[in-house]
Design a protein around this ligand. Sequence first.
Ligand SMILES: Cc1cc2nc3c(=O)[nH]c(=O)nc-3n(C[C@H](O)[C@H](O)[C@H](O)COP(=O)(O)O)c2cc1C
Length: 317
Amino acid sequence: MNYKIQDILAKNDLILAPMAGVTDLAYREIAREQGAFLAVSEMISAKALTYRDKHTYDLLKTSPEDTPLSVQLFGHEPDVLYEAVKQIEDMGFSMIDLNSGCPAPKIVKNGDGSALMQNPKLLFEIVSSMRKATDLPLSVKLRVGFDAEHKNVVECARLCEEAGADYLAVHGRTREMQYSGVADLSDIKAVKDAVQIPVIGNGDVCDRESYLRMKEVTGCDGVMIGRAALGNPFVFDFVRNPDRIISKEEKMDVLYRQIEKMNAVKKNAIKEARCHILWYLKGFHNAKPYKLKVASLLTLADVKAYIDEILADESVY
Ligand SMILES: Cc1cc2nc3c(=O)[nH]c(=O)nc-3n(C[C@H](O)[C@H](O)[C@H](O)COP(=O)(O)O)c2cc1C
């Protein structure tokens, strides 16, 4: 379905951030049940798509419930990004996003992710090239700059708009900060003031209060949530209904269904699910013995028995 970002934001302005290793199909379906509307895929290598790499194509798995979905690409060669967009534009995704914010050394070393912010001219060329390849809504996810001495997000944002991006997401940290410190909302506001296209604010939103602060301080059109959603898809509902009380039974049911969904589409699902389990157990009292046991889980049946044990243990929650 062909969505317009303005229509999406008018309906629901909470967006599930792209998170490699986390926001797979199973997690996106679960987050949508809890009130996320627009979701972004894990980042996907444009180059690997053009090689038709099987593992990379697996990252594109989606379902009728998994919509609207933005697929995030990373890369640094305008022609490769063009080719990758052409390959996926007829696959039914709602939107396409360019990663211009990933801080991981192996990504930056290749000139991808946040490295693009060190070369605004190249960023402009890439977005222009992606724009030529598709009429689907196109977005760019930026940080506020590479480091404190090079906070050039306003320049980059203007160039992305000029190149034809339909909206921007801005994480209020520099690449140098990685995930430390506090997101700078004034930099997100500066972008909002500088461009006409919608701006999504991102960084440190974890509850209704921080959501409202992001909206009020920056004037942003939507709010993207990342880490607060790890093991906590309920965050999307909590932002709207802060008084909601969620039982251990409900949490464990959602966790199990997420792993069931993973297991239905992935080879190494249970191994991958172990970190999701640890995230769900965060904040539980007396959960240490269960956390230590996570590595022994091998099958879906193991997970079922494990969750039943936690449910039966009244000291845990
Ligand atoms: C485990 C993890 C994986 C991430 N993967 C991606 C990614 O693939 N693409 C991307 O643009 N950002 C990625 N990010 C960054 C988030 O999308 C988001 O910008 C960042 O976590 C700040 O938002 P938050 O404070 O709500 O977590 C990732 C973050 C985490 C914690």
